[in-house]
Design a binder for this molecule. Structure first.
Ligand code: AHR
Length: 649
């Protein structure tokens, strides 16, 4: 094979005119279909401390003392040789019927110089940033002989530095909410800190809820961590599928995502056990999911609980299912109803009078696991009720072409079906060239609602997942990229797709699954190579699908065009260890601008990013010169390339 390697001049790649070897031919004379404008989106659920200890900016872990029924986990006594205190859960002194526990702090010995109290360790540390204002809010009451003051601080774990401090006073025997701002000055950023509430004299105080927020995205109260939300916005998502995944189902019917319990002031939210082994505060509830969408300029793909939970319990279609169907109708009304509807009014009362956009409702999650075969009937009941009230909504079945035909719903024709693919890189390399090629173009639209390439072996939630890095390496990103190219080629039918899981707190014990797209600890965050691959693809999406043929199937890719600007996007994946000269031919164009740009993600297969090396592998953009309708471009070894060509008339 004769090869002409691309010549690198500073930041400029030179495309060569002739070469033998693999070819990638694009027919630009006509579009073969429309690219779905909704193609790239996000899927989310409470897993890996995605919300509590992740995107939801609350810094206090176990803020309502409900995480453990026996001891106040994540809270500890603050004292020294000259001071003394005890703490205990106290269900007999609770704030209301939602916050059913309180924390009793009894200080028996303390002075101003030797205070005693209680500390919270946060979600693997309390992040401290310089010149920053933190909002603390504390529900508290005290014994009759104590009214304060109470000191509230952010303190270094070695006890040497008090980063920010304030006091509250005027405590009474009645519950009261105290709010204060803690402001740091010049300090090196650190997460080796905790939050402390101390008394400088003996006394007994009960806490119903203790909250601490850093500055949030757009300064929203009860809002989102800025760095993580920015990373999500950068993916240019058009939709957010929530809440999950298994999170919508719950381990049991009782512990499903019961949306009505997740709205209103945070002191009205009891929280619930999530299926991933820890408790969700429900601080990120239905309204916050919707505001998250709004912040990203994306629309919700609303998953409603459909009467099946992970312990295989199901609700029979018919009268038993009616309350759940009604809950779903109410939920849609909360999202879309105007303020003269019951639930639209409730949304306004919760702080968001304007209705949200909604086009898609998904009925459950992965209902092929329901061996009672009740999904057909359950789906039909939800479908009929939703269509009767909201005929404009598209109703998604959770059983798609990745499952045997016999398990599909037959009673009603879904508008869309959801396929899930967790596959090895090898499997994606083999299945992607033909993926969806022979799907029925007259059947339901397709949503690939969960997918991810893992490097070699599954399952991802076993003990291996704790030993291996939480986020995938470049090898996995190559698998992701060929599958994304396949979905783009077929995006006349594949209307939406989203990687899962999205987020992982990388601290030991915080995660249940690998691989995950974005990793973080209390103070920093990074994108995996897969994150960068998705970003490269989603930000360079045309609106027309162009037909492509590849003479060497091991180089996979797709081509789209922006009909407005005439820009042609070629997405190419070289999974091989050797550089690959590729003959690119764009048929049906008179001319191309001789200058193009190439965004490239390349490296060693096992290269990955991490908290300590967040940018070890990131895309690089270069100018390509000498581009013609037929030219040779050399793909680097193990690379994902987006070539942006400009059509000239
Ligand atoms: O993404 C992790 C889990 O994988 C989801 O909760 C579930 O839908 C799937 O099985």
């Amino acid at each position: 094979m004769k090869t002409l390697a691309a010549l690198l001049i500073c930041t400029t790649m030179v495309a060569n005119s002739f070469a033998d070897g693999p070819a990638f031919t694009v027919d630009a004379s006509r579009a073969t279909g429309k690219v779905s404008p909704m193609l790239y989106g996000l899927m989310t659920e409470e897993i890996n401390h995605s919300y509590d200890g992740g995107l939801y900016a609350e810094l206090i872990q176990n803020r309502a003392f409900l995480d453990n029924a026996v001891t106040p986990v994540h809270w500890s006594v603050v004292n020294d040789d000259d001071s003394a205190a005890t703490i205990a859960l106290d269900p007999t002194n609770s704030f209301n019927d939602k916050l059913t526990e309180s924390l009793r702090l009894t200080v028996t010995k303390a002075t101003k110089a030797r205070p005693a109290g209680v500390a919270n360790s946060g979600y693997w540390g309390i992040p401290v940033q310089p010149h920053t204002r933190y909002r603390a809010s504390i529900l508290a009451r005290a014994e009759a002989d104590f009214s304060g003051p109470v000191t509230v601080s952010m303190v270094s774990d070695d006890g040497r530095a008090i980063y920010a401090t304030g006091t509250i006073s005027g405590l009474t025997t009645e519950w009261k909410k105290f709010e204060l701002t803690l402001t740091t000055s010049r300090v090196a950023p650190t997460a080796k800190a905790h939050f402390a509430i101390t008394l400088g004299q003996p006394g007994t105080v009960w806490f119903g809820l203790v909250s601490l927020f850093p500055p949030t995205w757009d300064n929203q109260a009860n809002g989102f961590r800025k760095d993580l939300l920015q990373m999500l916005v950068d993916l240019n998502p058009r939709f957010l599928r929530f809440p999950g995944g298994n999170y919508v189902e719950g381990d049991t019917i009782e512990t499903r995502f019961d949306w009505k319990k997740t709205i209103g002031p945070i002191e009205e939210r009891h929280g619930h056990p999530c299926p991933w082994g820890y408790r969700s505060s429900d601080g990120l509830g239905l309204l916050e999911f919707l505001e998250w969408c709004e912040n990203m300029n994306a629309e919700p793909v609303l998953a409603v609980y459909a009467g099946y939970s992970l312990n295989h319990d199901h609700v029979n279609p018919g009268p038993d299912l009616e309350p759940f169907v009604q809950d779903a109708l109410d939920e849609v009304e909360y999202v879309t109803g105007d303020t003269n509807t019951t639930w639209g009014a409730r949304r306004a009362q919760d702080g968001h009078p304007a209705p949200f956009k909604l086009h898609y409702v998904e009925i459950g999650n992965e209902d092929w696991f329901d061996k009672s075969m009740s999904y057909d009937g359950r789906f039909a009941q939800f479908y009929d009720a939703i269509k009767a009230r909201y005929p404009q909504l598209k109703v998604i079945s959770t059983i798609g072409n990745d499952q045997p035909e016999s398990s599909h719903v037959h009673g009603r024709q879904p508008d869309m079906t959801d396929e899930h693919y967790y596959r090895s890189v090898d499997t994606f390399l083999h299945m992607s060239p033909d993926y969806a090629r022979n799907y029925d173009r007259h059947g339901p639209e397709i949503f690939v609602g969960e997918w991810a390439a893992y490097e070699t072996s599954f399952p991802p939630w076993n003990s291996r997942s704790q030993k291996e890095p939480p986020t995938p390496n470049l090898q996995a990103a190559l698998g992701d990229a060929v599958f994304m190219a396949a979905m783009e080629r077929n995006s006349d039918l594949i209307k939406m797709q989203c990687y899962a899981p999205l987020l992982v707190n990388v601290n030991p014990g915080a995660r249940q699954w690998r691989p995950d797209l974005i990793g973080y600890d209390a103070i920093s965050a990074y994108g995996s190579p897969s994150y960068h691959a998705i970003r490269m693809f989603s930000r360079n999406l045309g609106d027309e699908i162009l037909n492509t043929s590849s003479l060497e199937t091991s180089i996979q890719g797709c081509a789209t065009r922006d009909s407005g600007s005439g820009e042609i996007f070629l997405k190419l994946v070289n999974p091989h260890a050797a550089a690959q000269p590729l003959r690119i031919e764009i048929k049906g164009v008179k001319a191309l601008a001789s200058k193009a740009s190439a965004i490239t993600l390349t490296g060693n297969l096992d290269d990955s990013n991490s908290i300590t090396q967040p940018r070890k592998i990131v895309p690089v953009t270069k100018t390509v010169r000498g581009v013609k309708p037929a030219f040779t471009y050399t793909l680097p070894p193990h690379s994902i390339v987006v070539l942006k060509l400009k059509e000239r008339s």
